[in-house]
Ligand binder design. Structure first.
Ligand SMILES: Cc1cc2nc3c(=O)[nH]c(=O)nc-3n(C[C@H](O)[C@H](O)[C@H](O)COP(=O)(O)OP(=O)(O)OC[C@H]3O[C@@H](n4cnc5c(N)ncnc54)[C@H](O)[C@@H]3O)c2cc1C
Length: 492
């Protein structure tokens, strides 16, 4: 069998487990999202020969192409803005933000490493950030950093570090190969355009296939309390959970699968109730639950807890009047279809309700009419007085609801990202349900609940891309180094 070149061409299958090992340093990474590309860069830096499989034929970067925000605690941007922050400060706030356990080694690692191993590393590759801002799911310190150029710039910066021959585009991993000892030795793949199949072998495999938010059935399995709650999709179509099934099929343990990142930042699209419909004034109007009561700060748009409150109350309606209407509403199915609806379309399709009085509106949406009227009257009083009320921290941009006809639209509960996943140790090695390491197998990114499997308790946080980069780097480095330590090999 010929010894493959340093960067194997597609179709090179490496050696079988019983043959002499011609690829002593090969690390195979599955998924060219931010986690997978970070792992590939790090594995190469540690001397490994890397093959990165990406099933999308044209695009790398996965979900991050649509992202923007990263969390850092103690950055130069914070210092320049006069914000005091540190790993200790983040750890002190961590239980309140996420319910996470600060004695967990991944929580410690993330707090201490997000500056040197993520911020400074990326800055060294050419990435920059704007001034940090306060975010309801980022703690009490303004530490959420907008990437200059957005998530697509992060993707470009990482992509630029990888020679083209490293990434096998349009190649889907179908399964993992194990030897008789249980060591993961290779990846079975399929070319998505030609249907050609093969196996690429190495001694370390990093799985970084992303979360499972697109798979609403799997989400409901992880969160039985979402039964009966209409869910929309705010993740991306690649987040189908195939890597989670692949690894649990090999006996991998999972942690915190119920820590699903939900947002209440849209309504539902009439053509497909799983598609989000943006409502420009959603955060400026009151929301009521099925009992006609307000229950949450409607202005907290990026707060993951807002959607959890909607789930607790089973459903919510945003209520507004004719003065608030601002043209058509737009749905975006995440691909190429954009659909536009007037309020009349929405009412006709049953995705909005109209009433000439609040009483009539309440009857149409099956909400207690007298409670609804009382809630809206109290809200209007607070808006006209210019004061905060029981629920809303500020009425600054709030719209009064007092000019008939009145309207109501359901607040969607949108599945965005996963903060639980496959359990890995502090080196990124996948742990089996009995606690043992599955040899040769590593995982990173949203597949591991952003990093480590155990970063959060029951709630997510904003800016988790920082953890995705860290988890990718850790898994890539250890997949390369563990291999070299175990088998020797040729370091670059
Ligand atoms: C609209 C939107 C906005 C967001 N905004 C933010 C934000 O501002 N801040 C933040 O921190 N997070 C944000 N997120 C979440 C964040 O982008 C993701 O958590 C993160 O990018 C996940 O990275 P990943 O590499 O783990 O997974 P992914 O980005 O999902 O990448 C996985 C890759 O693996 C590939 N793949 C999957 N299965 C296979 C297979 N079998 N074989 C080969 N390849 C495979 C996929 O094609 C993909 O390229 C946002 C997400 C979305 C959808």
């Amino acid at each position: 069998m010929p010894v493959p070149s340093l960067e194997p061409a597609r179709g090179d299958t490496g050696a079988g487990p019983t043959q002499p090992d011609p690829v002593p340093n090969r690390v195979i990474v599955i998924g060219a999202g931010v986690a997978g590309m970070s792992a590939a860069i790090e594995a190469r830096a540690a001397g490994a020969q890397v093959v990165l499989l990406e099933r999308d034929a044209d695009t790398v970067g996965g979900a991050a192409n649509q992202a923007a925000l990263m969390l850092f605690s103690g950055s130069t941007e914070e210092a320049a803005a006069g914000i005091e922050d540190s790993p200790e400060q983040l750890l002190a706030e961590w239980p309140a933000i996420t319910g996470g356990d600060v004695s967990d080694e991944w929580v410690q690692r993330f707090a201490n490493a997000n500056i040197p191993e993520v911020h400074d590393w990326l800055a060294g590759l050419g990435l920059g950030w704007g001034p940090p801002v306060l975010d309801p799911s980022g703690g009490d310190t303004p530490r959420i950093h907008m990437i200059s150029g957005g998530g697509a710039e992060l993707v470009d910066v990482l992509h630029a570090q990888l020679p083209p021959e490293v990434i096998w585009m349009g190649v889907e991993a179908l399964g993992l190969e194990q030897d008789a000892t249980g060591r993961v030795t290779g990846v079975q793949w399929r070319d998505v355009e030609t249907d050609e199949v093969g196996t690429v072998r190495g001694r370390g495999v990093v799985v970084a296939t992303g979360g499972f938010g697109w798979n609403l059935d799997r989400v409901r399995e992880a969160r039985p309390d979402l039964e009966g709650v209409v869910l929309t999709r705010a993740s991306w179509s690649g987040a189908d959970g195939n890597g989670l099934e692949m690894l649990t099929g090999l006996g991998a343990a999972t942690q915190n699968l119920a820590a699903v990142g939900l947002y209440a930042h849209a309504s539902r699209c009439p053509s497909d109730a799983t598609v989000e419909m943006r409502v420009p004034f959603q955060f400026a109007v009151p929301w009521v639950d099925p009992a006609g009561q307000r229950f949450v700060d409607e202005s907290a748009m990026n707060d993951l807890r807002t959607a959890e409150a909607v789930v607790d109350h089973q459903a919510a309606w945003m209520v507004f009047d004719t003065n608030t209407l601002t043209g058509a509403f737009t749905c975006d199915d995440g691909a190429d279809a954009r659909m536009s609806y007037t309020i009349t379309d929405m009412v006709d399709d049953g995705f909005a309700a109209r009433g000439d009085s609040l009483d009539a509106l309440g009857q149409t949406i099956d909400v207690d009419s007298s409670a609804l009227s009382a809630s809206i009257e109290a809200y209007d009083r607070a808006v006209y007085a210019g004061e905060g009320d029981t629920f809303r921290s500020s009425v600054q941009n709030a719209q009064p609801v007092d000019e008939p006809p009145y309207f109501a639209m359901p607040v969607a509960v949108s599945v965005a990202k996963m903060f639980g996943g496959v359990d890995v140790d502090i080196r990124g090695r996948v742990l089996a349900v009995d606690g043992r390491v599955i040899p040769g197998l590593y995982a990173a990114g949203e597949l591991t609940g952003m990093a480590g499997g155990s970063l959060v308790g029951d709630a997510g946080f904003t800016g988790s891309l920082s953890a995705v980069v860290l988890g990718g780097r850790v898994a890539g480095e250890h997949a390369a180094r563990d291999r070299i330590a175990r088998y020797g090999g040729v370091l670059k």
